[in-house]
Design a binder for this molecule. Structure first.
Ligand code: GBH
Length: 463
């Protein structure tokens, strides 16, 4: 591996999710999901349901080796359970044929936040039955598509589903209860384990949003020693955001420092004998979504943040670093640290960066879409990833979030994370500069020694 190249066989790809691109919300017998009900924007999104051949073609032109997409549960089971809807499975059948025909390896996520509404009406993730229904769904999808999907991811970011969906309520279904959030988190993990069982011998992983937790001082200098109060603030948020999921799934136990927090908010009755054995079923791959760190410090008067129940006395801070258009601090070095940390703390599991990317205000002109900031963002994160590999972390691939500008959940269409620009009035797709730049990275399996020449903000303005 030269100074800028990646290991042979390193997997390069892009990620998407069903609700954010598919549209076709009632096509082929699809039922409503919690996001159809919750989202103010009508969910036509990128009309990928009808335009998937064009989108696969784009990926082929960009030389992608892999494509991570998600299956919409409500397409396959319009009511969440019962009899599988063949027309829904047919869509993924066609999509997979197209993807494989383009020489692209599919990675399928079974749950990227779009719970069938009827299961929410029956109690949602705080109800244990939802985990059982998820296993049945996994079995049905595995049976129909397993001959062509090499790797399954059960869940995408269960922390978001549980704590933004049932804790703070800023995501669907919009419930606001700490007890529900903790029980949802447990049942999501149970669902993961039961689904992994149902998928049998297939390769199975899970995708977590690992958020490095640090103080403002540590953003500037990671080796900065912490006061006892700040160390406690960091540890508490790390337990809620990261270890709550990593430890049960990869070590078979909840973190000892988190159990009292769960007990206070939700009791412990929902954690039954045998659950942790199911949850800790060995996986083949841990998907890591990395965007930004969580920056916190101790502040005694601070009330708990509803997305982090038990975070009394912790202040979430802004830092004077560069940020994306969503205001997320850009700290590429954290990606390297997270990967190395996972490699040492949870050894034996292959890692893959299943999402990394950013929204910026793109410069859209007649000649092109000049997204210099996205290029630097990805480039800097790839340098960080490469240094983690060099330090020994078993990182097998990298997926940019995301192929297309799409429906960014509670934020609607104004957020632009795509390598490809979408005009939502016409559904016209246009490659951004970052897409062409990423194509070259994939082609040469690495970066260049000198930072690539790219349009600067001044040259763009002059065009
Ligand atoms: C991913 O989530 C999603 O998988 C993807 O669907 C989405 O489009 C993409 O990112 C871009 O948003 O301020 O309390 O929320 C990322 C979710 C965002 C969760 C940053 C943690 C910081 C803590 N993460 N967030 S909080």
């Amino acid at each position: 591996m030269s100074a800028t190249s990646f290991p042979e066989g390193f997997v390069w790809g892009v990620s998407t999710s069903a609700f954010q691109i598919e549209g076709g919300t009632s096509a082929g017998g699809r039922g409503p999901s919690i996001w159809d009900v919750f989202s103010a924007d009508r969910a036509e999104a990128c009309d990928h349901y009808h335009r998937y051949p064009e989108d696969v073609r784009l990926m082929k032109d960009l030389g992608m080796a892999a494509y991570r997409f998600s299956v919409s549960w409500a397409r396959v089971f319009p009511d969440g359970s019962g009899k599988a809807n063949q027309a829904g499975l047919d869509f993924y059948d066609r999509l997979l044929d197209e993807v494989l025909g383009a020489g692209i390896t599919p990675y399928a996520t079974l749950y990227h936040w779009d719970l069938p509404q009827s299961l929410e009406d029956a109690g949602g993730w705080p109800s244990r039955d939802t985990a059982r229904h998820f296993a049945d769904y996994a079995a049905a999808v595995g049976e129909r598509l397993g001959d062509r999907v090499g790797t399954w991811f059960t869940l995408n970011e269960p922390w978001v589903s549980a704590f933004l969906g049932y804790g703070s309520g800023i995501h669907a279904p919009g419930r606001k209860s700490a007890a529900d959030a903790f029980t949802a988190a447990h049942h999501l993990m149970l669902a993961h384990g039961l689904a992994a069982q149902a998928l049998g011998d297939a390769k199975v992983g899970v995708v977590l949003n690992i958020s490095p937790v640090m103080t403002p001082g540590q953003v500037a200098d990671p080796s900065r020693p912490l006061s006892e109060e700040d160390a406690d603030a960091v540890a508490r948020i790390d337990a809620l955001a990261n270890r709550q999921f990593l430890d049960p799934m990869l070590r078979g136990a909840y973190p000892a420092d988190l159990l009292p927090v769960i007990e206070r908010a939700a009791g412990l009755d929902h954690i039954r004998d045998g659950d942790l054995e199911v949850i800790a079923r060995p996986i083949d791959l841990l998907g890591v979504n990395y965007y930004t760190p969580l920056v916190v410090q101790a502040q005694p008067s601070e009330p708990a943040d509803p997305a982090f129940p038990g975070s009394e006395g912790v202040l979430f801070c802004t830092v004077p670093t560069a940020v994306t258009a969503m205001g997320w601090p850009i700290v590429p070095g954290c990606l390297s640290r997270v990967l190395q940390h996972l490699a040492t703390e949870y050894p034996g599991t292959d890692l893959m960066v299943t999402e990394n990317g950013a929204d910026f205000v793109d410069v859209v002109t007649g000649e092109g879409i000049h997204d210099v900031e996205r290029i630097s963002f990805i480039e800097e994160h790839l340098r960080a990833l490469r240094s983690a590999i060099e330090a020994g972390a078993p990182v097998r691939g990298y997926f940019v979030w995301t192929l297309l500008d799409n429906l960014e959940w509670a934020d609607g269409y104004r957020r632009k994370f795509g390598l490809v620009h979408v005009d939502f009035a016409t559904q016209r797709r246009r490659l951004k500069d970052s897409a062409l730049w990423y194509r070259d990275v994939v082609r040469r399996n690495g970066l260049t020694d000198t930072r690539p020449k790219r349009p600067t903000l001044e040259t763009v303005a002059a065009r």
